[in-house]
Design a protein around this ligand. Structure first.
Ligand code: PMT
Length: 396
C-alpha cells in the first residue's frame, strides 16, 4: 500500500486537511500525519487521528515517539511527503534548511519526494521573500500544487487559497505509483495549432499559433495516464509519444475530426480557429488584374467548434475547457466567452503584441469558471499544461 506523510501547517486552510485525509484513505493510500503547533489552533489532533486512523505526531522531542518510531524514520517511511497547508513560514524554513520543530526536521531529513500545497494571504504570497523561497524550493525539486486564486478567509481576494483537496489528491496520485495515474482509462480530446482557410490553391488565411500550448497539454494528459486524441492544425512540432494525432487544415475539417473523436471525458480547445473562411475559394490561382485593382474576398462564418461540443444535448464531454486569446479586457472577455460558449472553464491569455504567447514557451493565464477567476503566475507552457491537467483530473 502506498503511503504519504501529511504535514499540516498552521493556517485556516488546515480544516481542508481533514477532507484530504478522508479522500486519500478512500483511495487506499495510508496517511501518517505531523501537525505543527500552530495547526492545532485550527484543527484538533483528535479529528486528524480519527480520520487517519493513526497517531498524530506533534513534538520533536517526544520520548514515547522516539521509542516507537524516530523522527528520521518517520520522514522516510512514506512514499511521499505532502505539506498542506504549506504556510509562508514553513516554506521559508524549508527553503533555508531550518529544522527547529518536528515538521521542518522531517522535511530536512527525508529522502522522499515532497509536494507542497501553499496557503496564505495574497500579499504574503506575492512578497519578494516568499517568491524567492518558492524559486529556491522549485530549484530543489519540490513540487507545488496551487495555490489557487479567490476570496480568502481574511476577506482579501487573489492568489493564495490552498488547492482543493481533490486537486491535491490528483497531484499526489500523479507522484505515486504510475499504475495509479489519475486519468488512466479516461479519454482527453485536445485541439491545437492554427487553422488554414484557403483563398485559392496557393494562398490561405491563418494566424500565429504554433501549437506549443496544445501539444504541452497533450503531453501532460499522457503523463497522467489519459488516452489522448490531438486534433491539430498545421504546425511543425514533433508528435508527443503516445498521442493519437488527427491532422487537419480548416475549421470545418477540425469540427469533423473532433466530432469523430467523441466520446471524450475531457475536451480542451487550445486551437486558434479562424472565425471566418473565404466564402468562394477560387479554383485557380487568382491573377493580378491588368488595371491594378485588388481582388475582393467575401467571408462566411466558420462553425464554432467549442460551442458546438459544449452545448451538445447528448455525448457532451464531462469537462469542456476553452482558451481565450485576448488583447484587451482579458478577464471580462473570457467571462463573456464562458457564458456564450457554454464551457466549464475558459483559460484566458493575453496575446497582445510583445507578450510572446503565440509561438513562445511561456504563458500567463487566468483560469475563469463559474466559481471565480484564478490568476496563475507566469509559467512555462509545460507547467501551465501540468497544472491544468492536474486541476481537471481533480475535478473529474
Ligand atoms: O499555439 P501557441 O503558439 O502555443 O499559442 C497558444 C494560444 C495563444 C493559441 C492558446 O493559448 C490560445 O489562447 N488558444 C485559443 C485561441 C483562440 O482562438 O481564442 P478565441 O478567443 O478566438 O476562441 C475561444 C475558444 O473558442 C478557443 O478555445 C477556440 O479554440 C474556440 N473556437 C474559436 C472559434 C471557432 N470557430 N471554434 C472554436 O472552437
Amino acid at each position: 500500500m502506498k503511503s504519504v506523510l501529511l504535514i499540516i501547517g498552521g493556517g485556516i486552510a488546515a480544516y481542508k486537511a481533514l477532507e484530504l485525509i478522508r479522500l486519500l484513505k478512500g483511495k487506499g493510500i495510508g496517511v501518517k500525519t505531523i501537525m505543527s503547533k500552530a495547526a492545532e489552533e485550527f484543527v484538533t489532533p483528535l479529528s486528524v487521528a480519527s480520520l487517519s486512523g493513526e497517531k498524530v505526531h506533534q513534538a520533536l522531542f517526544n520520548l514515547t515517539d522516539e521509542l516507537e518510531m524516530g523522527h528520521i524514520e518517520l520522514s522516510r517511511a512514506a512514499d511521499l511527503l505532502v505539506v498542506a497547508p504549506a504556510t509562508a513560514d514553513l516554506l521559508a524554513k524549508m527553503a533555508s534548511g531550518l529544522a527547529n520543530d518536528l515538521a521542518s526536521t522531517a522535511l530536512l531529513a527525508t529522502d522522499k519526494p515532497v509536494l507542497v500545497a501553499p496557503a496564505m494571504n495574497v500579499r504574503m504570497w506575492h512578497h519578494p521573500a516568499t517568491q524567492r523561497n518558492i524559486a529556491q524550493l522549485q530549484a530543489d525539486g519540490i513540487r507545488f500544487v496551487g495555490p489557487n486564486a479567490g476570496e480568502m478567509a481574511c476577506g482579501e481576494f487573489g492568489l493564495g487559497r490552498m488547492a482543493e483537496p481533490s486537486e491535491i489528491v490528483a497531484a499526489i496520485e500523479a507522484q505515486l505509483a504510475p499504475g495509479q495515474k489519475p486519468l488512466a482509462g479516461k479519454h482527453v480530446l485536445i485541439t491545437a495549432g492554427p487553422t488554414r482557410e484557403p483563398i485559392d490553391p496557393v494562398r490561405y488565411i491563418s494566424n500565429h499559433s504554433s501549437g506549443k500550448q496544445g501539444y504541452a497539454i497533450a503531453e501532460a494528459a499522457i503523463a497522467l495516464g489519459a488516452q489522448v486524441t490531438l486534433v491539430s492544425g498545421p504546425v511543425s512540432l514533433p508528435i508527443p509519444p503516445g498521442v493519437g494525432l488527427m491532422p487537419v487544415t480548416t475549421a470545418q475539417d477540425m469540427l469533423k475530426a473532433v466530432e469523430g473523436a467523441l466520446p471524450a471525458d475531457i475536451a480542451i480547445f487550445t486551437a486558434a480557429v479562424a472565425d471566418w473562411r473565404v466564402a468562394a475559394v477560387a479554383g485557380e490561382k487568382i491573377k493580378k488584374q491588368a488595371d491594378g485593382s485588388a481582388p475582393s474576398l467575401s467571408f462566411a462564418e466558420n462553425p464554432d467548434i467549442l460551442r458546438t461540443i459544449a452545448t451538445r444535448k447528448s455525448g457532451r464531454p464531462k469537462l469542456v475547457v476553452g482558451f481565450a486569446a485576448e488583447t484587451e479586457k482579458v478577464i471580462a472577455h473570457a467571462q463573456a466567452k464562458l457564458a456564450r460558449k457554454g464551457c466549464d472553464i475558459i483559460v484566458a491569455n493575453d496575446v497582445s503584441a510583445g507578450k510572446g504567447v503565440f509561438g513562445g514557451d511561456s504563458n500567463t493565464v487566468h483560469v475563469v469558471s463559474a466559481s471565480g477567476v484564478e490568476d496563475w503566475p507566469p509559467l512555462s507552457k509545460a507547467e501551465v499544461a501540468r497544472r491544468l491537467m492536474e486541476k481537471l483530473a481533480g475535478m473529474l
